[in-house]
Design a protein around this ligand. Sequence first.
Ligand code: KG4
Ligand code: ZN
Length: 338
Amino acid sequence: MITLGIETSCDETAASIVENGNVLSNEISSSVHLHAEYGGVVPEIASRFHTEYIYSVLEKALQDAGKTLEEVNLVSVTKGPGLPGSLLVGVAFAKAISLARNIPIIGVNHLSAHVLSCFLDKKGALNREIKFPFIGVVISGGHTSIYLCRDIENFECIGRTKDDAVGEAFDKVAKIMDLGYPGGPVVEKRAGEFNGKDEISFPRALLEDKEDLDFSFSGIKTAVLYYWQKCSKTEDEKNKICYSFQEAVTDVIVKKVIRAVRQNNIGILAVGGGVVNNHWLRTRLGEECQKLGIELKIPEKNNCTDNAAMIAVLGEILYKSGKRDDLYLSAEPTNNRL
Ligand code: KG4
Ligand code: ZN
């Protein structure tokens, strides 16, 4: 079975060819450089970029895989959540291919796909032993959520952010200090340059209640803003803020995620989403899981960010388990159900 995956939920235009769980190609073209001057994604610019580039991204994905469109048996597309205009481009494109080639179409949830990306190995092959149940976590620019994953179609949300997502907080902290967009990589880099003197104690929200699995990151963002307004704004000071912020959010994420694993007495943790590129977060999670005997599934760095391989792989699994969509498939921008 050859599946074409299409992902256009935010600012990445992506297409991938997957053959029976093996990723043959994974092509991504990002409009992130166009959003940089605005300090965040501009939806209209993102959807125009998708329209302009989706066809060439598809061609490249087919070429890299050594396949033609005629050989594709299934088209799998992100139906949500995401930016409405951006999702519409991908869904309309996938429908056109489904109609023209007379092949089935399947719409998949972007967040489930992030969780599933944890089971793709270095070469992009699906580790077939997706052992349920496990705790799945999405830490991205739009979401910070914990799921109890019982089987491929039964992901129950057991914790989520009440305000900002972690990636959004990284982006806003970078914006406060005028460090550019996206904020995650630059904050991580500067945190690594901190000289170790007088770390700032930023708030770690919602940790007091020992049962609570929700997050809140708007308070720490405000704390960074207040600190910034009063500080000397030297390079050392910026590095210190980045380090202390990264340390505080990592602390909260690791504690909550481990709490979820222990509360549910589950031995497997799968963590995906753009923020999982963060080296410090990966290290802390790895250490904690090793200490407690938890099996940690974490994507390779290139599989953390939005990509279409995870969409194709999930579509293929769902199709094989009997799920079907048709040309009435619609984009679901706010659908956070998995
Ligand atoms: O999953 P993703 O590519 O898109 C969404 O679905 O949101 O995540 C993008 C987010 C951005 O907020 C970006 O700043 C953050 O992931 N990010 C990072 C790092 N790399 C990307 N955050 C922290 N550390 C990083 N190294
Ligand atoms: Zn994403």
